[in-house]
Structures are given as structure tokens and as C-alpha cells.
Design a protein. Structure first.
Lengths: 304, 319
């Protein structure tokens, strides 16, 4: 189910390894080749200022841009058992995990937070493609279950930003079992009549697409995001023909009835706010009506 | 008999015994009985030794053996009045997925399963058991019907995986699998799955999100094929033996992990050497699992099923 990871990893790796070097303040757009100054790129939410290509963005950066005044409270995710299969390929799985933690500064491939978006209280969960291709294992499953439980407890909608190469092979069958597990989380939201909005980002593939990422009440994708079950290379090898331009990209899926909307990253916040407020029966949001900076101590308060 | 690669020494011995007997048939004066029996005994011992300690990769090969009983064989032998119900009501009928009404021990049920086919023609027609979105949507339709009329659902799992094709992707393969898994979790009737051969990733879980899950002794169930895993993590598809080992995809490991509930024993030499006994053993397992769930209220069945999957994996191999 991780068919895609080979295909996308080189690009992403180069992007992130470059970011690690502090003196390198320039990022080359993988789509158009333009050199982008880091501050300008960050201000544009990692969207190329020249060709509009949506590059990967970390959950933390996304949440900072999403939540009012950049303030959010992390929701605690229960720790799964580490390396349940004692998996070893060319490297030991715990070593791969440690390497990913070191290079990303993140604990795992998913971040859960609560906060307000245009004074609309929500719970949000975002997948980190830079962490082992965002792959879905026990931790990602736990994060989604924790997010859904928190949303139900607080009676808030859940917004999920998906990005993954698929299931985490190093957790074997237990990664596959996250498909039904996360589906149970979606059902908790349904039963509580709380909106569940999925934002599909580049790339979302394999078992992730075939479970929680396709079960939203509203399905929104970022432009040109690759969204699929089987990756294009696997399909080309199977059918032995070249796939059409734009195949499995967000716009293609929109045309084929698989998505509700394709929305630019910079317009996403307003759109989410608008849709959520309608679904929650709230009054329309007043554009530009941002709350005053909140109490910063809230950012470190315990979410539980 | 189709011999697997690792059964070659066995094929040689059994071939020799057969040759001897053929020779004796041609020359009735020859007495080969003793020698042939000796070879038979040797073959028996070898078969026992081989199947006593199958490696995970060898189990993959056994699970894919073309002579194993397939879904159609189980339906023919274990169910009466099987009435196939076709189509997803949207696009097509997917022949990789069999499904319909039937009676199991006289009790009306819905039975659904992947069917791989057993010769070139039927394999192509069945797309080697690789379902397209229509197969999952047909299953959803049947599960809804089962829920409405309070019929238990029995699913038989035997697929390399969902079909990675252009049309399948265009018509929403991922969504179809997600909805099928979701439907499994929604129905207020007993849902029982048996992995009879290959449990290939999302294509399998879409039918196997069940109250009770059994696996045949030498069947496998995995997030990815060993070949696929090897080519990604080892960058070498020939490392499938190592990958099969690492993935813990055997029925024995899956039971330790708490992912499946029971193992159905296969005859000596695998299901392909005792098709009838295998089918009967699966029938007994289905009967036992149905009994375990009988009398449970719809809400309890749903709740238990969800909890089963929420709890899954919390203990790792120590479970
Ligand atoms: Zn660009």
C-alpha cells in the first residue's frame, strides 16, 4: 500500500534536507525551478510565488496559519507500543523512527490540536509527509481516534489534513488495521452529528485514501494534489500504457465526482470557516473579524 | 498436482513412484510394489517435514496455490440455494466478487467473497480476484440488505489486492474500499470472515472488518505483498523472503497479534492436497463462530465490532 512512497520520496527528501541546512535560505520550486527565499515562501504558506505549486507544509506551520492569531492547544495522543512487530529491513524500524524524529523535530506523523478558526471552535488533525512519508501506523490511528473523541467531547467539528504515502509497512498488519480503526473514529463524529471535513494534500495515497481520507462530509483538495489508491507507477506497470496528463490529480478527481472542491491553500481558512459555520448552524463569520490576541498561556495549557 | 518450487524434491520422489507403477502396469511380471511403497513413505515423511516448518514466504506460495479451494468451491459445498445477486447499481457487475443470498445450515445468510478463478478463462473473467470499485459497492449493497433483513454476513477473503487499474482509480477505488469497510462497521448483524488464501491489503480489509475473523492455517494476510514490500524497503523485489518474514503475515503471527480469532487447520500438505477436508473444516469454523454470536442484539454486535478494532494492536506481539 506504500506504492507511492518511492515515487515521491526523492523530491521531498531533497526539499527537507535542504531545509535542515540553516545557511541555505533558498528553496528551489520542484515544479518550475524558481529559487524562492525562505521568508517569502513561508509567508506564502509554502506555495510557490511563481507557479502556485503547493509544497509540503508541516502540521505546525499549517496550524499556525489556520488558527486565530496562530494559537492552538495540542491534544495529547496516547502512545502506541513501539515497533510492535520487531520489524527490520535494511535498518531497524526504531532507528528509522529516530532518524525521522531527528530530521523533522516532530514526534510522529500526525499532530492534533484544538483552537478557533475565525472564532469557530474546532479540532484539527494534520499529517506530516516529511515524517516517514506521513505513513499510517498505530500512532496516526491513535491520533485520529483521539481527535474524534476530543471533538465529540467538546461538540466541535473535526478538520483533517491528509498527506501520506499510505500505510506504514514496518507495522505490518497493524498498519492495515488502522483503516477500520480510523473509520470507527469517523463514525463517532457522524453519530454525534459533528462535521468532519477532509482536506487532501499532495500526496494522499494507498490505505489512507481508502479509509478516513475519503469519508469526509465535505472533501476538499489542494490544487494539483496527487490523490489515489494505487500510485501512477504501479498502474502504468499493470496496464502497460501511459496515463493521461493530470491523472489522479485533484482537478481530475473533481471532474470525476470524487471531490467537492479544489481550493487554494491561501483560501482554505476562510472556506473552512464558512462551511463549518453553516454546518454548525452558526451566524456567518465577519471577514477580517479576528479576535484580539488570546491569552498566550492557553497555548501551553493541558488539553485534557 | 501442481508442485510449488520448494516441493521439488517431493515431486521427484512422487514422480519416481508413479513411473515405477506405470512400468509395472506395462509389464505385469514386474514386482515393484515394495519399492513403490518405500518411495511413498519417503514422500510422506518429506511432506510432513516440509509443511511442519513452512517459512512465511512458503506460506505465501501455498496461500496462492492454484489448486486451493476458492470462494466458489466453498459456496458450492457449504451453502444451499445460493442465489447470486449482481451489480453495484451504478456501473457494472464485478466478477472478481461473488455474492448473494444463500442458506448456511438452512439459515438464510448473505455470502460475499473474492473469486480468483481456476483456469485461464475464468481467471481473466474474475480478474484474478482483484476487485474494482464495483465489487466493493456490490458488497455494500448486499451488506445493507443483510442488515435490513437481519441476515448474518459471511465473507471469504482471497485476493492479491484491489485492482490497480486506470478505470478503477477513475471510478473511485479508494472511496469504494473506504465505504465497504465503513459498512462492515455499521451493520447490526453477525459478520464473519475467513481468510481462505491471500488477504491482500485494503482489498481484503474492506470485507474482513468483522466480528470474528478466522484464517486457514497456511493463508496469509498483509498490508502489502512481500514482493512490493521488498522492492520499497529493500529496493530489491527478490528480497521477498526477508519481507515475508518481517511483515508477520502468517495466521500464527496474526493470532498472536490479536488480529484474528481462530486458525482453521489444513490437511497435511496444504488445502490443495485435501480440498474436501479443508472446505469442511472451514464450514465447521463458520458454524462455531455464528454460534458464538447468536442471540446478540444488533447494537451489541456493532459495539463489539468497533471495540475489537479500536483495541487492536495495543499489545503488539506480546498479546
Ligand atoms: Zn514554482
Amino acid at each position: 500500500m506504500n506504492w507511492i512512497s518511492n515515487y515521491v520520496r526523492p523530491k521531498i527528501n531533497s526539499l527537507f534536507s535542504r531545509r535542515e541546512v540553516p545557511e541555505n535560505l533558498w528553496t528551489k520550486c520542484p515544479e518550475c525551478g524558481t529559487m524562492l527565499f525562505h521568508r517569502e515562501l513561508a509567508a506564502n504558506l509554502n506555495v510557490c510565488t511563481s507557479c502556485d505549486h503547493h509544497m509540503a507544509i508541516t502540521p505546525r506551520d499549517r496550524f499556525t496559519a489556520l488558527f486565530d492569531t496562530g494559537i492552538f492547544v495540542e491534544v495529547k495522543v496516547p502512545e502506541p507500543i513501539t515497533d510492535p512487530l520487531h520489524f527490520r529491513d535494511q535498518k531497524k524500524y526504531p532507528d528509522r523512527l529516530k532518524a525521522a524524529q531527528k530530521s523533522t523535530g516532530a514526534k510522529e506523523a500526525m499532530l492534533v490540536a484544538e483552537g478557533e478558526v475565525g472564532r469557530t471552535p474546532i479540532v484539527a488533525v494534520a499529517q506530516d509527509f516529511s515524517f516517514m512519508a506521513g505513513s499510517m501506523g498505530m500512532y496516526v490511528g491513535n491520533a485520529i481516534v483521539a481527535a474524534a473523541e476530543r471533538a465529540v467531547k467538546l461538540k466541535r467539528p473535526l478538520v483533517l489534513f491528509a498527506a501520506a504515502g499510505g500505510a506504514r509497512m514496518q507495522e505490518g498488519i497493524l498498519s492495515l488495521m488502522q483503516m477500520p480503526r480510523t473509520t470507527v473514529a469517523v463514525q463517532m463524529l457522524r453519530e454525534a452529528r459533528l462535521p468532519y471535513i477532509v482536506v487532501l494534500t499532495h500526496p494522499t495515497t494507498g490505505g489512507v485514501t481508502a479509509s478516513y481520507a475519503m469519508l469526509g462530509d465535505v472533501q476538499i483538495a489542494e490544487p494539483n494534489a496527487l490523490i489515489c489508491f494505487a500510485g501512477p507507477r504501479v498502474i502504468e506497470q499493470t496496464i502497460r500504457e501511459k496515463l493521461p496528463e493530470g491523472f489522479q490529480r485533484a482537478e481530475y478527481l473533481l471532474d470525476h465526482g470524487m471531490l467537492d472542491r479544489v481550493t487554494h491553500r491561501k483560501a482554505m481558512r476562510d472556506e473552512l470557516m464558512m462551511i463549518l459555520r453553516m454546518l454548525m448552524g452558526m451566524t456567518p463569520a465577519v471577514k477580517g473579524d479576528l479576535p484580539p490576541p488570546g491569552d498566550p498561556s492557553a497555548a501551553v495549557a493541558d488539553a485534557n | 498436482m501442481n508442485y510449488l518450487d520448494f516441493e521439488k524434491p517431493l515431486a521427484e520422489i512422487e514422480g519416481k513412484a508413479e513411473e515405477l507403477r506405470a512400468l509395472a502396469r506395462a509389464n505385469p511380471a514386474m514386482d515393484v510394489a515394495k519399492e513403490a511403497e518405500g518411495l511413498d513413505r519417503k514422500a510422506d515423511t518429506l511432506l510432513k517435514d516440509l509443511y511442519k516448518a513452512l517459512t512465511p514466504w512458503q506460506k505465501c506460495l501455498v496461500a496462492r496455490h492454484p489448486d486451493r479451494p476458492h470462494t466458489k468451491d466453498y459456496i458450492d459445498a457449504l451453502f444451499s440455494e445460493y442465489t447470486p445477486l449482481a451489480g453495484d447499481r451504478g456501473f457494472a457487475d464485478d466478477h472478481a466478487v461473488m455474492g448473494g443470498l444463500a442458506r448456511f445450515n438452512d439459515q438464510p445468510v448473505i455470502v460475499i467473497g473474492h473469486e480468483k478463478g481456476n483456469d485461464t478463462k475464468s481467471r481473466i473473467e474474475r480478474n484474478f480476484g482483484m476487485a474494482r470499485p464495483e465489487g466493493y459497492r456490490k458488497a455494500v449493497r448486499l451488506m445493507e440488505m443483510a442488515d435490513r433483513f437481519r441476515l448474518p454476513v459471511i465473507t471469504l477473503i482471497d485476493t492479491p489486492g484491489a485492482y490497480p487499474g486506470k478505470g478503477a482509480e477513475e471510478r473511485g477505488q479508494a472511496e469504494a474500499i473506504a465505504r465497504s469497510t465503513e459498512k462492515c462497521l455499521e451493520i447490526g448483524v453477525p459478520l464473519i470472515s475467513v481468510v481462505i488464501g491471500e488477504g491482500g491489503s485494503g482489498g481484503a480489509v474492506a470485507f474482513a472488518t468483522a466480528n470474528r475473523i478466522a484464517m486457514l492455517e497456511h493463508s496469509v494476510y498483509s498490508v502489502i505483498s512481500p514482493e512490493g514490500c521488498a522492492s520499497i524497503l529493500w529496493k530489491d523485489a527478490d528480497k521477498m523472503r526477508e519481507a515475508a518474514e518481517a511483515l508477520r503475515l502468517t495466521a500464527q503471527d496474526l493470532q498472536k497479534l490479536g488480529v484474528i480469532d481462530r486458525i482453521v487447520k489444513e490437511p497435511l500438505g496444504g488445502a490443495q492436497r485435501g480440498r474436501k477436508e479443508t472446505v469442511e473444516a472451514v464450514g465447521k469454523a463458520i458454524e462455531a463462530m455464528l454460534k458464538e454470536l447468536s442471540g446478540k442484539k444488533p447494537d451489541a454486535l456493532i459495539k463489539d465490532r468497533r471495540q475489537k478494532f479500536l483495541d487492536m494492536g495495543s499489545k503488539g506481539l506480546a498479546a
